[in-house]
Ligand binder design. Structure first.
Ligand code: HEM
Length: 162
């Protein structure tokens, strides 16, 4: 279960990277579309919602929504569930932090308020770091448990020479 917990944490961190990538893909496609004379207005947005894509990279917006509003939240819930079986001290606290950061991220992304959109970018970095650290903690703990079982001292027995 530790392995599952660690993998979920790393996959969530990777999910944040995917979010950044697909968003920039879509935005740069939008830039090209406008440079080539395309017009983005309310009617074009509504047509795009009904499946008439303005430019191919628009799929990035859909992937961002699908990954951000469905895949990552499900993974974060699974991480919290896994934390109760992983037998790692404090795991549930880190998993809960990841889940709360995901909830905040979605709220900020859907707010439609530009300032909160800026915080959406900042919170993504915090979420990425916390998810990565959560996975890394398990790896570090497993290494020290294995070392202790093998009788390898994890701290120097004698003070290091100055
Ligand atoms: C560096 C990473 C990220 C960047 C640059 C980014 C950027 C953006 C931008 C620019 C929007 C507004 C798009 C629009 O209004 O059409 C947005 C919306 C959104 N983002 Fe992100 N985001 C990132 C990470 C995330 C993550 C990690 C999640 C989820 C855990 C997420 C979930 C959402 C959601 C649910 C929306 C609303 C989408 C919609 O209403 O269609 N984003 N994001």
């Amino acid at each position: 279960m530790r392995q599952v917990f660690r993998t979920l944490a790393y996959v969530i961190a990777a999910g944040v990277v995917v979010q950044a990538a697909v968003m920039v893909y879509a935005i740069s496609g939008l830039g090209n579309f406008i440079d080539e004379g395309g017009v983005l207005d309310k009617a074009a947005r509504e047509a795009s919602m009904e499946g008439q894509a303005m430019f191919p990279e628009e799929v990035g917006f859909m992937l961002h929504f699908f990954n951000g509003a469905m895949i990552i939240p499900i993974l974060a819930i699974l991480l919290l569930i896994a934390s109760f079986f992983a037998k790692i001290r404090g795991a549930w606290k880190w998993a809960l932090a990841v889940l709360l950061l995901v909830a905040l991220q979605i709220t900020l992304g859907m707010s439609g308020v530009p300032f909160l959109g800026a915080l959406h970018g900042v919170n993504a970095l915090i979420l990425f770091s916390v998810a990565l650290y959560t996975g890394w903690r398990v790896a570090a703990r497993s290494r020290s448990t294995r070392a202790a079982a093998a009788g390898v001292p994890t701290t120097p027995a004698e003070p290091l020479p100055s």
